[in-house]
Design a protein around this ligand. Structure first.
Ligand code: SAH
Ligand code: SF4
Length: 431
């Protein structure tokens, strides 16, 4: 392996610790420090807290007193919980961290409607969350959507995604996930707002960190803890089939969003490298079972990239794949990111694509890419902080992406050509 050049600190000299085949991470995260061994208090279940107090000869009502302060936002440290005796407060802070996100940088965009936060973790790694405020419109009530992260970085390496540039550095603990929501609840309370929806569309692949994500979902949707309805929590996945099956077996009402991006396997291999492990047909089959078992419509996300996945053939392939399923399709023009050669599709292309899907009876929403739309916003601050990779590395990566996508498009053209040829050679006037 070549020795990394210390003058170029941010080019990933070695592959990220857990990159998937096909991923081409380009940047690296800030240096790591040793982790704090104490778990965060927000991930402790009510039963765990009752046992913790019982071990110290204390009654179960103490757990309730503690939880009230943990979830109400009134306390910022165990020391603030004066309903508990001082020795219990000290013992708690020996066992748990009150907050796992003690250092957060903020940036506001969209005339104050969008707020991004970069959270520095105990070991110096970073992760991001974004708040989007949607004012009331007509009969629609005001909404506040929080986009949270499940990992620091991501191993999947989709080449249009800022997080994909970073590779995976580590999973977040359940408390690091929950504390993003608790942080924003406190911040938004000051403006008289409350979070109406939480979406796992920040950094990371939630279903590759399913234990922590499902623990977080349970806390976030528990009426005695964070208290958001299950239907207001969306788990977005690039297609981890065993994770979707696990979610189905839970029989909760969470919204499942699948990042489809392409229906044709060769192109999806390029856009979502996880497709090589879990092929798109298996992903859609697993998501359809989720819809049947839970009665919840699955959302399919498609980031629209000019000349790459927005062709008529791609629209037809997506329509054929999703037709007759309990599905809603979101088309989102790609938000340009620093190190890809690609641009968003034109508004006309996106409308044409939507029309093909609608003609197959599918529900489609075309989302505006509002500077900081969900997902695109996440990963960008961390990527910025990681600095500029050397130009040669960017050029090399762009060239590989372009080569792979051109090959996938050619393969698509060959398949379409053969199909057209087949149609032409069919005898007319079949029974
Ligand atoms: N890893 C999960 C969840 C995080 S990504 C997943 O892929 O589903 C959340 C969403 O943001 C995904 O649908 C992803 O495709 C989208 N996204 C990523 N980069 C984007 C970009 N440059 N423009 C628009 N959407 C993007
Ligand atoms: Fe990971 Fe999702 Fe970004 Fe793909 S789009 S690299 S799965 S965070």
């Amino acid at each position: 392996m070549p020795t990394p050049d210390p003058a170029v600190p941010y080019e990933t000299a070695a592959p990220a610790p857990d990159a998937l085949p096909g991923a081409l991470p380009l940047l690296s995260m800030p240096a790591s420090r040793a982790r704090d061994a104490r778990p965060g208090i927000t991930a402790a279940s009510p039963q765990e807290l009752i046992s913790w107090f019982a071990d110290r000869g204390e009654a179960a009502f103490r757990a309730r007193q503690l939880a009230d302060h943990v979830w109400s936002g009134r306390a910022t440290a165990f020391a603030d919980i004066h309903t508990l005796p001082a020795e219990l407060r000290e013992a708690l802070s020996d066992s748990y961290r009150f907050d796992t996100l003690t250092q957060t940088e903020r940036r506001q965009t969209d005339a104050g409607l969008t707020d991004k936060a970069l959270h520095v973790l105990d070991d110096g790694r970073v992760t991001e969350s974004v708040v989007m405020r949607y004012p009331a419109r007509g009969s629609r009530r005001e909404r506040t959507t929080l986009c949270i992260s499940s990992q620091a970085g991501c191993a999947v390496g989709c080449p249009f995604c800022a997080t994909g540039e970073l590779g995976l550095w580590r999973d977040l603990d359940a408390s690091e996930i929950i504390d993003q929501a608790r942080y924003w609840r406190g911040q938004l309370a000051a403006e008289g707002r409350r979070i109406t929806n939480i979406v796992f569309m920040g950094m990371g692949e939630p279903l590759l960190n399913a234990d922590a994500v499902l623990t977080a979902c349970a806390a976030l949707s528990d009426g005695n803890r964070f208290g958001l309805g299950q239907r207001h929590i969306s788990v977005s996945t690039s297609g981890v089939v065993p994770g979707i099956e696990r979610l189905t077996a839970l029989r909760r009402q969470y919204t499942l969003a699948v990042s489809l991006h392409a229906a044709r396997p060769p192109l999806r291999d390029v856009l979502v490298p996880l497709n090589r492990r879990y092929p798109v047909h298996d992903v859609v089959a697993a998501a359809s079972t989720y819809a049947e078992v839970t009665g919840r419509r699955v959302t399919y996300e498609m980031v629209m990239i000019d000349g790459i996945n927005d062709t008529a053939a791609d629209a037809q392939a997506a329509a054929a794949l999703l037709r007759d399923r309990l599905a809603h399709v979101n088309l989102i023009p790609m938000n340009p990111v620093a190190h890809t050669p690609w641009q968003p599709s034109s508004a006309q292309r996106v409308e044409d694509f939507a029309a093909t899907l609608r003609a197959s009876g599918l529900h489609v929403t075309v989302r505006r890419n509002r500077g900081a739309d969900i997902g695109a916003a996440c990963g960008q601050l961390a990527a910025e902080r990681a600095g500029q990779p050397v130009a040669a590395a960017v050029a090399r990566r762009r060239e590989i992406i372009e080569r792979r996508s051109a090959a996938a498009l050619l393969e698509g053209a060959a398949v379409n050509g053969a199909a057209a040829q087949g149609r032409r050679s069919q005898p007319s006037g079949r029974a």
